[in-house]
Design a binder for this molecule. Structure first.
Ligand SMILES: Cc1cc2nc3c(=O)[nH]c(=O)nc-3n(C[C@H](O)[C@H](O)[C@H](O)COP(=O)(O)O)c2cc1C
Length: 293
């Protein structure tokens, strides 16, 4: 018989039902004053570990979870400090010529892994590119790919093909924004090697995920967002780069080079580095709309 997912210590379980309350899948119940698994629900356990995390007497153990569940301390900051921190984040596109140390990359990834996901475990995978050679190789591929897109847009047949292949919304974005940006970036590259895709950032993180996993796109964006804020907390600057993922996604050469599985889609990317300049002021922005009901 398979080992049960939840082991309850009857000595320490006081039957308070907190674990029952927090379980999103009703996998637990109180039987004879002690927490116990509802057999018919056990297969629905999503391994979120919330029952273990809330139990005041540490009476539940889940052997499938890692042993190093960290102790939480009281919240280290309040809303004002958090808002101030968030306001410090700007898209940084000018970097010092200084690599991002591996221990900082590890810290960023550790923080990124705290992001929520549609259903555990994480579907998001990361490719870390921190060598100049890899960046140069990718930059060359980006320029090549966007050159062929710009060429396609230069004639009606090409435009129709792009429209059919990419759908109306993507086509509009390409036509209204990307073609111009790409043309400008490519000119700069050919002129003197200027990198207007990754801005010569020393580190690029590429986020990809299995397209059959629940919410795999949102999952990757959340992981990227967590990584972005973690980098900020470490004194680094970042920018999300939307122009890279589609190119890597459709490139056989890059997919093979980065070991991206066939069923994975490349969803977002983040450049990271030490900002060359310090921002002294924040910017106020409102959401597109808020309706109180
Ligand atoms: C999904 C997404 C894609 C983006 N793609 C790019 C990009 O390809 N190149 C770039 O320079 N900035 C890119 N950005 C950064 C935005 O231009 C930037 O967030 C926006 O101008 C607001 O400025 P701020 O981040 O400094 O507040 C992207 C941001 C997001 C959220």
């Amino acid at each position: 018989m398979a080992e049960p997912l939840h082991l309850v210590n009857p000595e320490t379980c006081r039957g308070d039902g907190i674990c029952v309350d927090v379980c999103p899948e009703n996998v637990l119940e109180i039987l004879d004053g002690k927490a116990s698994t509802v057999e018919s629900r056990e297969e629905h356990c999503i391994l979120c570990g919330q029952c273990v995390a809330v139990c005041p007497t540490e009476a539940i153990h889940m052997p499938t979870l890692p042993d190093d569940l960290g102790e939480l301390t009281a919240s280290g900051f309040g809303y004002e400090e958090y808002l101030d921190f968030l306001r410090r984040r700007r898209s940084v596109r000018v970097f010092k010529d200084r690599p991002v140390e591996r221990d900082l990359i590890d810290k960023i990834l550790t923080a990124a892994a705290t992001a929520p996901m549609g259903m555990p475990p994480h579907s998001t995978e990361v490719v870390v590119l921190d060598s100049r050679d890899e960046h140069d190789f990718l930059l060359h591929e980006l320029v090549k790919d966007y050159e062929s897109m710009v060429r396609a847009f230069s004639n009606p047949v090409g435009r129709t093909m792009v429209r059919l292949a990419s759908g109306a919304e993507t086509y509009k974005v390409l036509k209204d924004y990307i073609v111009d940006l790409a043309e400008y970036a490519n000119e700069a590259y050919h002129r003197d090697g200027t990198d207007r895709y990754m801005y010569r950032a020393p580190l690029l993180l590429l986020f990809h995920g299995n397209r059959w996993a629940m919410s795999y796109e949102e999952n990757a964006h959340l992981v990227c967002h967590h990584a972005m804020l973690a980098a900020l907390s470490l004194g680094l600057g970042t920018t999300i780069i939307g122009m890279i993922p589609p190119v890597v996604d459709r490139s056989k050469v890059l997919r093979e080079r980065y070991g991206i599985p066939k069923d994975n889609r490349v969803l977002t990317s983040l450049i990271v580095g030490y900002p060359k300049y310090k921002y002294k002021k924040s910017i106020h922005r409102d959401l597109a709309s808020v309706r109180m009901m």
